[in-house]
Design a protein around this ligand. Structure first.
Ligand SMILES: Cc1cc2nc3c(=O)[nH]c(=O)nc-3n(C[C@H](O)[C@H](O)[C@H](O)COP(=O)(O)O)c2cc1C
Length: 308
């Protein structure tokens, strides 16, 4: 018999979410931009655009290119910087009854530590998501997220300066993502989110020039979903902290696949640009799926495809 109202709650460490659906960083502005389109209080959590210590202008245009079943972006982490975020963006988010997760980025471990310490003083910030797909300027520009030692160092640095949950966002641009996942778990991460964008490029056959001024960009959207799902499956097999699945989620079924693979929550990214109501539709669709299948709780889905 179909159950009326399944339990949609999930926990990420000490953080309780009313449902497992969040917005992916960089695809939902600072929340306010979508306020007239989405019932923000319905979301599991809002993750805002990545914040650095100081404002960033990002890369020169063109910095977006459409691809088959996805898009390439080379925005270059443009953002208003920590102080303007606190002064101009946070007040709006204070009034929304949904946990706020701030995505942070830096050039050095010290940058991340300073961001963590400052954001720890803001009660509305329920958790941090640490973007480690950024170049470490002290290590010749190698991305933090591609080296287990650097990923460990940045996670430990943030952990020491922030008292609430720390989620580390993993890069797919590595040979073995499980090695990085284990390193950040060992450094004290409360959860991992994956995946960030996949490095790619496109060339315009009319101008015979690369489409992005930056040459390379991050591929996102449905094209990367099978890669993301495979990586979530692998990471779920090697860490015991919660996993948040990200990559090409467009429909409730996509989100359910990630839950079945072992994620306890998901993030919706590129789809927001095509269908701003996607998050709400996915929340509704997961609930309907649970009811139709006689399942009492979203917990019944997590890792179900792994059971033998
Ligand atoms: C335009 C754009 C900007 C993004 N900015 C950020 C960012 O600031 N920080 C971050 O960690 N990820 C950023 N991402 C990555 C997304 O959060 C997400 O991990 C990725 O797009 C894969 O999910 P999707 O296929 O659902 O978009 C960005 C993605 C896009 C498309």
């Amino acid at each position: 018999m179909a159950l009326e109202q399944p339990d949609m709650e999930v926990s990420i460490g000490s953080l309780r979410l009313k449902n497992p659906v969040m917005t992916a960083s960089g695809t939902f502005g600072y929340g306010e931009e979508y306020g007239s389109l989405v019932s923000l209080h319905r979301l599991g959590a809002i993750i805002v655009k990545g914040i650095s210590l100081f404002p960033r202008q990002g890369n020169p245009p063109p910095r977006i290119a459409e691809t088959a079943c996805g898009m390439l972006n080379a925005i270059g982490l443009e953002n208003v910087g920590l102080e303007r975020f606190l002064a101009e963006k946070l007040p709006f988010l204070h009034n929304i009854d949904t946990p706020l997760i701030v995505n942070i980025l830096g050039d050095t471990v010290e940058d991340y530590q300073q961001l963590a310490a400052r954001l720890d003083g803001e009660e509305k910030v329920a958790a941090l998501e640490v973007n480690i797909s950024c170049p470490n300027v002290k290590k010749g520009g190698v991305a933090f997220g591609t080296d287990p030692d650097m990923a460990h160092a940045v996670t430990k640095g943030v952990r020491q300066h922030f008292s609430r949950p720390v989620i580390v966002k993993l890069s797919p641009n590595v040979t073995d993502i499980t090695e990085i996942a284990r390193a950040v778990e060992d450094a004290g991460a409360n959860a991992v989110s994956l995946i960030n964008t996949v490095l790619g490029m496109a060339i315009d056959t009319e101008s015979c020039r690369p489409r992005l001024a930056n040459l390379f960009g991050g591929l996102s959207g449905p094209a990367i979903k099978p890669i993301a799902l495979r990586m979530v499956w692998q990471v779920a097999g090697c860490v015991s902290i919660p996993i948040i699945g990200i990559g090409g989620i467009t429909t409730p079924e996509d989100a359910i696949e990630f839950l079945l693979a072992g994620a306890c929550a998901v993030q919706v990214g590129t789809t927001n640009f095509i269908n701003p109501k996607a998050t709400e539709e996915i929340i509704h669709g997961i609930g309907a799926y649970l009811s139709e299948n006689g399942l009492a709780s979203v917990q019944d889905l997590i890792g179900r495809a792994r059971q033998t």
